[in-house]
Design a protein around this ligand. Structure first.
Ligand SMILES: Cc1cc2nc3c(=O)[nH]c(=O)nc-3n(C[C@H](O)[C@H](O)[C@H](O)COP(=O)(O)OP(=O)(O)OC[C@H]3O[C@@H](n4cnc5c(N)ncnc54)[C@H](O)[C@@H]3O)c2cc1C
Length: 445
């Protein structure tokens, strides 16, 4: 069986597209097999997701975004607009992802994948029309449905989303996230004359809203004001489960939502998808180069798991905040999973150490000296482009002279970025100040 393709990726959403580009640019033969999403939606992304897409060259996809709009949040008794977001109409965004891939020279096949077969030297994907494609490695990136049957550590509740979709006479883009009295929340968005409302509700409310969506909305004035005179065109239920998976089965790697799906409340699914691709690309490049699989698998798994638990705790904290003013069973039941640990561990200086571990350098995994902390157990290689381990090692050894010298050698922007980041680590000792301007110039080597 000939494997003309190095890596076959099933699913051309943000995760599959990002991975395809990274592997293609590294010189490998990649094919994406996908069908377009069959349900329309609007999803919100942050600036850092947009920046990540721009860096990858997903420019057509990024151009479908509307915004920026103020990310308005009404949660519990608080009104906030903490930052901005961009609104992505799907599946227009997904179509543009495929156009970006084709433009970059990646092979894209629009077909429905039925399943995978593994054999000794590779993997075969079976398409719905009976044809087959063979490759050395496969990647499962078909979204959260593809994780079904493989989930672990699932949240003890399901998160079905009721979606209301319609057309509006108002063309300006806007969004609002709001918790609801008695439990549940809604995210409303409007872009280019389309309006979208995503609802996560207690079961009795869900049944009511499914049966008579507009009547249900009338009882929720904040969301009703947003919906206003939008003409309802469709409402549908999207099943949802918060869970993670094992990231490799034989020659098949898992990516994006197919590896781990977080609560839509986090609004970070697309960021996760892109980040997941950045972590998997060097792992697959290592596998293609014949490197041992165990450490590669461990790296991808640990990275995914770290994100999974972090997002689970972020969701828990939102539920706790809502429960403070409204002790409804919906909120109280979600305040204790996954645990009671803080979302970010405090990086006590005494527990910060320097050690050898795998780091992503360009598109490869390399062993490097990293700074390993309770909050960043995978290690930090660089901050503002400056390798962190030598500085931490010098501070631990009390060699302030070496630290001062290293900082003085850095371009100003890098030194400032590093100092600002360091100052945010609340338990770390202060970096030595720069030498006074009036002091005699330091001899340069
Ligand atoms: C209701 C809801 C609201 C959300 N809102 C947001 C939000 O506001 N912001 C945010 O960042 N994230 C949001 N998310 C999460 C976000 O949609 C996902 O996390 C993200 O799209 C995952 O990317 P992916 O590439 O892994 O999967 P997907 O984007 O799901 O891509 C998978 C691709 O595989 C294709 N595919 C599926 N089955 C097959 C098959 N059999 N054969 C071939 N191709 C197939 C699909 O059509 C799709 O193109 C939301 C999720 C839900 C459920």
């Amino acid at each position: 069986m000939s494997n003309d393709i190095d890596v076959l990726i099933a699913g051309g959403g943000p995760a599959g597209a990002a991975l395809a580009l990274l592997l293609h640019h590294a010189g490998h033969r990649v094919e994406v097999v996908t069908r377009l999403r069959d349900y329309p939606a609007i999803e919100g992304i942050s600036r850092r997701s947009g920046d990540a897409m721009a860096r990858l060259g997903l420019n057509r996809a990024l151009a479908t975004a509307h915004g920026p709009v103020a990310r308005r949040v009404h949660w519990g008794n608080e009104d906030r607009a903490p930052n901005q977001e961009w609104l992505l109409p799907r599946p227009a965004f997904d179509r543009a992802l495929l156009a970006d891939l084709r433009q970059a020279g990646v092979s894209v096949r629009e077909a429905r994948v039925r399943g995978w077969h593994q054999h000794e030297s590779g993997i075969t994907v079976e398409l719905a029309d009976g044809r087959q494609r063979h490759a050395r490695w496969g990647v499962e990136a078909r979204g959260r449905q593809a994780a079904r049957g493989h989930q672990r550590d699932a949240a003890p509740w399901a998160t079905p989303a009721l979606i209301l979709r319609g057309s509006s006479n108002v063309s300006s883009a806007a969004s609002l996230a709001s918790s609801l009295p008695g439990g549940g929340w809604g995210w409303w968005a409007r872009a280019a004359g389309h309006a979208y409302l995503q609802l996560a509700l207690p079961q009795d409310q869900l049944d009511e809203a499914r049966g008579a969506p507009l009547e249900w909305l009338e009882c929720h004035p904040r969301l009703a004001r947003c919906w206003d005179d939008t003409a309802l065109e469709q409402h549908y239920l999207r099943p949802g489960l918060v869970a993670r998976t094992l990231v490799r089965q034989g020659r098949l790697w898992r990516l994006g939502d197919a590896a781990m799906s977080v609560d839509p409340l986090s609004g970070q699914g697309i960021f996760n998808a892109l980040s997941s691709a950045h972590g998997l690309a060097p792992v697959i490049l290592g596998a293609l180069a014949g490197e041992p699989l165990a450490p590669l698998t461990r790296f991808h798994q640990r990275r995914q798991d770290l994100l999974y638990w972090r997002f689970a705790r972020a969701g828990r904290d939102f539920f706790r905040l809502a429960a403070k003013d409204d002790p409804a069973p919906y909120w109280l039941g979600r305040c204790h999973w996954p645990d009671h640990l803080p979302m970010h561990a405090i990086d006590a200086w005494a527990r910060v150490r320097v050690g050898q571990a795998a780091a992503i350098i360009g598109t490869h995994l390399r062993q490097r000296e990293l700074v390993i902390t309770p909050d960043q157990p995978l290690g930090i290689y660089a901050v503002s482009g400056v390798a962190l381990a030598p500085l931490v090692a010098a501070m631990k050894a009390g060699r302030l002279d070496l630290v001062r010298e290293r900082l003085a050698d850095l371009p100003k922007a890098q030194a400032t970025g590093l100092r600002q980041w360091w100052a945010q680590q609340s338990d770390w000792p202060a970096l030595p100040l720069p030498v006074n301007a009036g002091a005699p110039p330091r001899a340069r080597r």
